[in-house]
Design a protein around this ligand. Sequence first.
Ligand code: PLP
Length: 380
Amino acid sequence: MNAPIRIDFNRPVLVGKEMEYIAEAVQNGHLSGDGPFTKKCNAVFEEELGVRKALLTTSCTHALEMMAILLDIQPGDEVIIPDFTFVSTVNAFVLRGARPVFIDVHPDTLNLDENQLEPLITPHTKAVVPVHYAGVGCEMDAILEVTNRCGVRVVEDNAHGLFATYKGKYLGTFGAMAAQSFHETKNFSCGEGGALLINDPALVERAEIIREKGTNRSRFFRGQVDKYSWVDIGSSYLPSDLLAAFLYGQLEQRVRIQGHRQALWQTYQAGLQDWAARKGVQLPTVPVHTEQAYHMFYMLLPDLETRQRLILYLRERGIYSVFHYLPLHLSDMGRRFGYGAGDYPVTERVSDRLIRLPFHNGLSHNDQEQVIEALLNFDI
Ligand SMILES: *Cc1c(COP(=O)(O)O)cnc(C)c1O
């Protein structure tokens, strides 16, 4: 008897020397934060992306929380955030007392609609947070034109977009800061992890303090002060060097990982485009001036009923697909801020219809062919 097929939506796999590096971290005798592997990871981001400072964090959520502290968000401040994003993008700012001002997304890229940005800016606006959905760059030229003219800061949630570019420039290098994620579901992972990328040099020293429980411990270790003490608010945002060791094993394989993901993405695209056109299914849009990160492959089905039916149909065949973000303005928290049905029609329309196909570093071409074949036989 054949074993039943199981094709996971996501599955963590070893891609390089992760286990060897974990053993090395133990031998180093440095398991707490900011050991040799943390420094190696930070150096990859600083050298490859050209950011002023990279700081590994315990999660992307925590990198976003650090951003909110660094921007000095105060109760009553407003932060403009796409309605179609993960909860952490907004929660980090709400934790500091900000009022979230949502912005709707483009129906093709699902990135924030820069044409709707300017009317949302008020004297209370502190920041705009572009999220590069699926690792496809937002329209940064238009966004920065508005924010520079209005004196509003930009910070990027780049959880999906590591090593992607917009007009040849890396995502994560446009805003004053950017947040990365190394959660199990992202292109590069250590289970739970993140990074704060800092482009504005004026923010570097305070970022180090906030990440080290509000102390100037980093300066102490560099010999710049002879003892460290409590100098600001902060928390413990630095991951164990064990996790950094695992992550470094993955980052070292970045060309191979991204190459595999690119091949998977292009195989889905090529295998599904005729079917999609015939059935009224919308495949992802990647503008020509962007080079995407190949974070995920999603499709927009004609309606909610078809989407739910497809998820079940695939599951019966051992194939696990998932939907994605629910409109933030319709959540309990969104409603508490006074939002309601109809406020962000594009997000409401796409959220119900979106499905994400199995996509991970361990997905084989054979398994992917089975996913495509199942889809081509699905009766829409
Ligand atoms: C995954 C994700 C996060 C949160 O990342 P964690 O590392 O799990 O905290 C934040 N924003 C977006 C857009 C994400 O996809």
